[in-house]
Design a protein around this ligand. Structure first.
Ligand code: XMP
Length: 516
């Protein structure tokens, strides 16, 4: 399949480049920026994109691509650090700016180019750079500048090599999609061969061949990714091959365990193991209020329960499937090891069971090439219900990180009751699908209220709702005030322990989406 290969130098937006290219229908792959070209360049590679980076090209340990890159006949697009790298390495000059160029900046086009076809003069780009190209390398020309008179688009006079100082992959950049399409389709000639139907056919076939007549165990969390894997396994293999295990940690949302069991049953799961481990989880959390310690204990308990149950069920020698996504591979430093700033290590990619299966060649990660929206489309193709496919993300440690401080059964019940009202109301009001993630947080403090003539101390509940593309950054959902007031009053009326409701108005950054 025609492919655009992205060399990652550690920018936070590299995966967005990959997504945008896939959104065009062109297949893209991300690899560490300094990967040697041998074995990387194959016939399907139609173009290369060099990503941005937190480094400066003149730093001695800054990552650099294989220098043989420039002698290939394949078109190249450098973005931000990517173009600075190209210019610096070919004899141009890159230097620090006295002040970063950041945010929306207009671009004046000075010279036409295939890359800029269909893009109007004065378009708004999104910039984030502290270095600039001071002098281009021989053979390069500046095709567009920002209104600050800094180079914005650089082109080679003869070869199909292009550079953008701004980030076309970021939605704030106007015409970013058009620019990427100009590069991938017009300049590289990549055909739009990537779609979820074709992927479904090929991954089903790959699974059947790889698994043969052996068994596959899936640890299902009830989330979108593992449910799509469950549907995929059940659609591709025979009933007796797929074993689904779901561990109820007691930290799930209200009625979640029952709903997950019902859905997996409806999908045709014959071997469905629902393990109630809530006592064990809650015991291990008793007296613990430090968030990282809670996460660690929950992670350890998942591993312990998994091991015990796998042995008990006699599925220890089977394949293990998990719903790792492309972004998980990148964030966990597995696929693209050079990521400068690993954001979280919460994904299950590092569990010993998974590592052992990986070593034995028994790990199946059928979604590892997909982005979240592609997984959702795959889920729809596999016939999963809308509510499952579009369910908001839910963290592995569950409600434990939404009950600030110590966790106990009573607090879990209070939060479950309040949160189910919140989510039910969002759905009823048609707001749920507009929001990327909504949830409630139970604060470890009580505030005063009145009930009749009596002063009464109740818990404070924070409501959160954010819009985001991928969870890396998030904006506060601009909640219609009346809806917020009505939802708040339903919660305080129906959940007696809650005395006060507040709405979190913090974006990410600087806040995170979760509170712990
Ligand atoms: P933050 O809070 O880092 O969240 O802005 C970004 C996304 O990640 C989810 N999240 C987690 N998921 N284990 C998980 O599986 C965790 O420990 C965890 N912490 C945050 C969060 O819900 C949001 O979607």
């Amino acid at each position: 399949m025609d492919t655009i290969l992205i060399l990652d130098f550690g920018s936070q937006t590299t995966q967005l480049i990959g997504r945008r290219i896939r959104d065009l229908g062109v297949y893209s792959e991300i690899v560490p920026g300094d990967t040697p070209l041998d074995g990387l360049i194959r016939e399907e590679i139609r173009g290369l994109i060099l990503s941005g980076s937190p480094y400066s090209v003149y730093e001695p340990d800054s990552p650099r691509p294989d220098p043989r890159l420039l002698s290939l006949e394949i078109p190249i697009l450098g973005i931000c650090y990517g173009v600075q790298r190209l210019i610096h390495d070919q004899g141009g000059e890159v230097a620090a700016l006295p002040k970063r160029e950041f945010g929306r900046v207009s671009v004046r086009i000075e010279e036409s180019s295939l890359l800029l076809e269909g893009i109007p003069d004065g378009f708004v780009s999104w910039m984030s750079h502290g270095d600039t190209v001071r002098k281009t390398a021989p053979g390069y020309r500046i095709a567009a500048r920002t209104t600050n008179d800094l180079p914005a688009v650089i082109v080679h006079e003869e070869k199909p090599i292009y550079g953008l100082q701004f980030h076309p992959e970021v939605t704030h950049s106007e015409h970013g999609e058009q620019l990427l399409e100009n590069f991938a389709v017009r300049i590289c000639g990549a055909r739009k061969q990537w779609n979820v139907e074709a992927y479904l056919r090929s991954i089903s076939e790959t699974l059947r061949q790889k698994v043969g007549d052996r068994r596959v165990l899936l640890l299902s969390s009830g989330g979108v990714d593992s449910t799509v894997v469950a549907a995929l396994l059940l659609a591709s293999l025979s009933d007796d091959q797929a074993h689904l295990m779901y561990i109820d940690s007691g930290l799930m949302r209200k009625k979640e365990t029952e709903e997950v069991g019902e859905l997996l049953g409806r999908l045709g799961a014959k071997h469905l193991h629902i393990i109630d481990a809530s006592d064990r989880f809650l015991e291990s959390l008793s007296g613990i209020s430090d968030p990282e310690e809670k996460r660690r204990r929950i992670g350890d308990m998942f591993i312990r329960v998994q091991e015990q149950e796998i042995n008990r069920l006699g599925v220890a020698s089977s394949f293990l499937a998990q719903g790792t996504l492309y972004t998980d591979m990148i964030e966990s430093g597995k696929g693209v090891g050079k990521k400068a700033d690993v954001i979280k290590s919460h994904h299950n990619v590092r569990s010993p069971l998974v590592e052992a299966k990986r070593e034995q060649g028994l790990l199946l990660e059928p979604l590892a090439a997909l982005y979240k929206d592609e997984v959702r489309r795959l889920g729809e193709k596999l016939g999963l219900p809308h509510d499952t496919v579009w369910r908001h993300p839910f963290p592995g440690p569950g409600l434990a990180v939404r009950i600030l401080g110590e966790v106990n059964r009573e607090k879990i019940r209070i939060l479950q009751d309040a949160d189910s009202i919140y989510i039910e109301e969002l759905k009823k009001r048609g707001l749920y699908d507009e929001i990327w993630q909504a949830f409630s947080v139970l604060l470890p403090l009580r505030s005063v209220g009145v009930a009749g003539d009596i002063r009464r101390y109740g818990y404070v509940l924070a409501l959160r709702a954010v819009v985001s593309r991928d969870g890396m950054t998030a904006d506060v959902y601009p909640f219609p005030t009346l809806d917020l007031l009505e939802i708040s009053s339903r919660i305080t009326n129906e959940v007696g322990e809650i005395g006060r409701v507040v709405y979190d108005v913090s974006s990410k950054p600087p806040a995170t989406i979760e509170w712990e």
